[in-house]
Design a binder for this molecule. Structure first.
Ligand SMILES: Nc1ncnc2c1ncn2[C@@H]1O[C@H](COP(=O)(O)OP(=O)(O)O)[C@@H](O)[C@H]1O
Ligand SMILES: Cc1ncc(C[n+]2csc(CCOP(=O)(O)OP(=O)(O)O)c2C)c(N)n1
Ligand SMILES: [Mg+2]
Length: 260
């Protein structure tokens, strides 16, 4: 089996005035389910630790749980249990488990010559956060992408059959997260900027390369793999010092870092 855990803190990962509780639940589950799927595993169950302030409506908590349950149902996983405590702000600590049919897909399997491909949206959730930060609520599709990410679970679950050599979900930004594959696999990843899909906004390139939380899947495949249209090839892995380049140059700042 595989296991993964992610903590979500009010004010850092979500705001109660930005997102309804149902969507916060969907997002908390999605973030964890995507990590399970990225390891080539089928999600089975979630355990949920929940901290809530004492003045929280029961209906608010119920909607949060509905969201987690509905997101889990998308991959036929269930909420197996958890714990609830009084806290100063809302806090969710979710642990997800998954079952494997074979060896896990790690970040360490990319080989020089592999293609790098992405499945799902990039930069949409970050575009949504930046709209909300400016007090805007539209375009609704971008704000919705922040509130309720839609990881393409089914496509990612087929990645191993397609020959994927490494995979992860993009939570902190494409370049930063591909850096984990580059490091773990000891390869250099060369991205083609124009090939990276972005949101329909002027700042698409920056958002696509650095925006997290859409939980797209990024994977490496042998060059000869026949990839269906849901996977877009955005670059390749080559021999060389571990790192990620965009159009031949290292891509500077960007990506999420909790401590900077
Ligand atoms: N090589 C590995 N061995 C064990 N677990 C792994 C490995 N690679 C990834 N994982 C799983 O992926 C999860 C996410 O890893 P992490 O680096 O924290 O990324 P994220 O930024 O998505 O939280 C880990 O909690 C773990 O469950
Ligand atoms: C209120 C608010 N501000 C900013 C963001 C943007 N944001 C918060 S955490 C994060 C990165 C992902 O979170 P992390 O805890 O690193 O998830 P993991 O990579 O562990 O899955 C981003 C882009 C947000 N979601 N909500
Ligand atoms: Mg992270």
């Amino acid at each position: 089996m595989v296991a993964t855990t992610d903590v979500l803190v009010e004010g850092r990962h979500f705001r109660r005035d930005w997102s309804p509780p149902y969507d916060i639940g969907r997002k908390a589950a999605a973030q964890n389910l995507a990590d399970v799927v990225a390891m080539g595993a089928r999600p089975t169950a979630l355990l949920v630790g929940l901290g809530v302030p004492p003045d929280t409506d029961v209906a608010w908590v119920e909607a949060l749980c509905d969201g987690m349950r509905d997101e889990s149902a998308q991959v036929e996983a269930s909420i197996a249990g958890g714990d609830i405590v009084r806290a100063e702000t809302v806090l969710l600590a979710v642990t997800a488990m998954g079952a494997l049919d074979g060896p896990p897909l790690t970040r360490a399997g990319a080989r020089p010559g592999d293609v790098v491909a992405v499945c799902g949206r990039l930069g949409h959730a970050q575009a949504g956060v930046e709209l909300l930060e400016r007090g805007l609520r539209e375009p609704a599709a971008l704000v919705g992408a922040h509130r309720r990410p839609r990881p393409p679970y089914a496509a990612a679950l087929r990645a191993r059959e397609l020959g994927a050599t490494a995979m992860l979900d993009v939570s902190d930004g494409l370049v930063q997260d591909l850096g984990h594959i580059a490091e773990a696999s000891g390869v250099r990843i060369e991205l083609v900027g124009d090939a990276v899909p972005g949101p329909p906004v002027p700042d698409a390139r920056r958002l696509a390369l650095t925006g997290g939380e859409d939980h797209a899947f990024a994977a490496t495949f042998p060059q000869e793999a026949a990839l269906p249209a849901e996977w877009q090839v955005i670059g390749r892995a080559v021999a060389g010092p571990a790192g990620v380049t965009v159009d031949g140059r290292p891509y500077g700042a960007g990506g999420w870092d909790h401590f900077h």
